[in-house]
Design a protein around this ligand. Structure first.
Ligand SMILES: NC(=O)c1ccc[n+]([C@@H]2O[C@H](COP(=O)([O-])OP(=O)(O)OC[C@H]3O[C@@H](n4cnc5c(N)ncnc54)[C@H](O)[C@@H]3O)[C@@H](O)[C@H]2O)c1
Length: 273
């Protein structure tokens, strides 16, 4: 897909971070937008940042509610008559927990939003996307959907599940007008820590040391990736390095990435104490 002018673009989790930056980037290229977030005030702030005269439809709901997602898809078709691009972006973080101590309610909540939200969004919109001569389904995974890291089992499981869904759909729709994109951002400076299930101030200060890339940069990489038809979109040099090392050397590459992250975490912990 080369040109986004007048394309109908759906973005979930558009009230902050990558979702907000995507909304602004697509609006600047003349797309019509259907935006979701479960934070109504945050979604209004995004809409206020769109360049006029963007044609925008908004819907406030939790993406982990299947029926609400199905109603959203129907409402988007009713409003615009079609849909060209869907970005299942809404997602949530959880702090570091040893697996044996993790609260399973938190684990389920992470899966409900990060995986089932993406599944419901994909399932509700794919039949409509397939009616277009050219369409894009863009599901946001993570670098932690490429390799697992210690103390983040829920987040990694949810992002690997998204990656698996993406890979399956990429094969299924290979000879169709629909292209499926798997997006793997590295550290992007968003509210992901602040919006996490178990937000703590130290947690936020901690993440600030790691989340360096701007959401606008992430949005540009995603839009360019779609224009070039790159079905695996890696964001940031660290994402490229991690992907390279873990694909070539899955066992020791994964171990190396964990050691580097543990080392960085210790260094930041010392700095903050
Ligand atoms: N920031 C990073 O470094 C990074 C790295 C890899 C992947 N990601 C992924 O990118 C996506 C966007 O995250 P972000 O970094 O912009 O975070 P963010 O917290 O800034 O934005 C996420 C938005 O999603 C919304 N949201 C959360 N749960 C929702 C739900 N159930 N229903 C509707 N809206 C919901 C939030 O209200 C928020 O506005 C997420 O899927 C995240 O896992 C982020």
């Amino acid at each position: 897909m080369k040109d986004f002018k007048n394309k109908v673009v759906v973005i979930t989790g558009a009230g902050s971070g990558i979702g907000r930056a995507l909304a602004v980037a697509w609006a600047s290229q003349g797309a019509k937008l259907a935006l979701n977030d479960y934070n109504a005030a945050a979604l209004q702030q995004t809409i206020a940042q769109l360049p006029p005269p963007t044609d925008v439809f908004e819907s406030v709901f939790d993406v982990s509610h299947r029926e609400r997602m199905e109603q959203f898809a129907e409402a988007v078709i009713h409003r615009f008559g079609r849909v060209d691009v869907v970005v299942n972006n809404a997602g949530i973080g959880l702090g570091d927990y040893p697996f044996a101590e993790i609260d399973l309610n938190h684990f389920e909540q992470v899966m409900d939003i990060n995986f089932y939200g993406v599944l419901y969004g994909s399932r509700a919109f794919v039949p409509h996307l397939l009616k277009q001569p050219e369409a894009a389904l863009v599901n946001i995974s993570s670098v932690f959907g490429l390799t697992g890291i210690a103390l983040s089992s829920a987040y990694c499981a949810s992002k690997f599940a998204v990656h698996g869904l993406n890979q399956s759909l990429q094969q299924e729709y290979v000879n169709s007008p629909l292209t499926v994109y798997s997006v793997h951002p590295g550290g992007i400076n968003t509210n992901i820590a602040k919006n996490s299930i178990d937000y703590k101030e130290t947690h936020d200060a901690f993440h600030k040391q790691f989340l360096k890339l701007s959401p606008d940069y992430a949005a540009q990489v995603i839009l360019q990736g779609i224009q070039k038809g790159r079905q695996k979109i890696l964001i940031g040099s660290e994402a490229h390095q991690l992907d390279f090392v873990t694909r070539l050397f899955p066992r020791w590459g994964g171990r190396l990435i964990n050691k580097i992250i543990q080392h960085q975490v210790e260094a930041v912990r010392k700095k903050l104490s």
